[in-house]
Design a binder for this molecule. Structure first.
Ligand SMILES: O=P(O)(O)OC[C@H]1O[C@H](OP(=O)(O)OP(=O)(O)O)[C@H](O)[C@@H]1O
Ligand SMILES: O=c1[nH]c(=O)c2nc[nH]c2[nH]1
Ligand SMILES: [Mg+2]
Length: 166
């Protein structure tokens, strides 16, 4: 399976699973903001953070939603992370009261870059690998470093041959 090397394992997430796990993350973040529990805004790290951020914004009734676009991977190989699009600067300040959401943290390089920009923000991901775990304030599920997480937006249902061929 060259399409998932060098990772040993694959962890396949369905739409239903990401919905449940994002709602679990919202539950954990509810009333945890710095100002009487209040969060000022949700910022999704695009593209992977968009679906979890939408679910969290809906659950916590947060209407101010923005994005930061960070690119570091080309397929499964990593380059230096760079910001391609920033959120509204007057809203962000140093990040206090802002929830910054991504689908996962792997090496932590993406979050390290965003943390430098908004040190007072709260960083949350749905999934976390050990190498990047310390970069996240709140996450739901940890997977091993040698696991590649496959998200539903990167997959499609398709026919598979039965184990016992004819
Ligand atoms: O902790 P790291 O090693 O930095 O990796 C985690 C980041 O990598 C993926 O994004 P990617 O850069 O592939 O872009 P995408 O969200 O547009 O798919 C993922 O969505 C995280 O944002
Ligand atoms: O879809 C993805 N799955 C992963 O495990 C991963 N790690 C970094 N970037 C990733 N993207
Ligand atoms: Mg991403």
């Amino acid at each position: 399976m060259t399409d998932r090397l060098p990772h040993e394992k694959g962890f396949h997430i369905s739409w239903d699973q990401i919905h449940r796990d994002s709602r679990a993350l919202a539950w954990r973040l509810d009333k945890q903001g710095p100002d009487s529990g209040h969060w000022r805004a949700v910022v999704a790290i695009t593209r992977g953070g968009l679906a979890p951020a939408m679910i969290i914004a809906r659950e916590l009734d947060i209407r101010v939603v923005d994005t930061i676009s960070v690119k570091s991977y080309d397929h499964q190989s990593q380059d230096a992370a760079k910001v391609l699009k920033s959120p509204q600067p007057d809203m962000m300040g140093d990040g206090k009261g802002i929830l910054i959401i991504d689908d996962l943290v792997d090496t932590g390089k993406t979050l390290e870059l965003v943390r430098q920009l908004y040190p007072a923000a709260h960083f949350a991901t749905v999934y976390a690998k050990p190498q990047g775990r310390d970069m996240v304030d709140t996450f739901i599920t940890e997977v091993s470093q040698d696991t590649w997480i496959f998200f539903p937006w990167d997959m499609a249902l398709q026919y598979v041959e039965p184990y016992r061929g004819t």
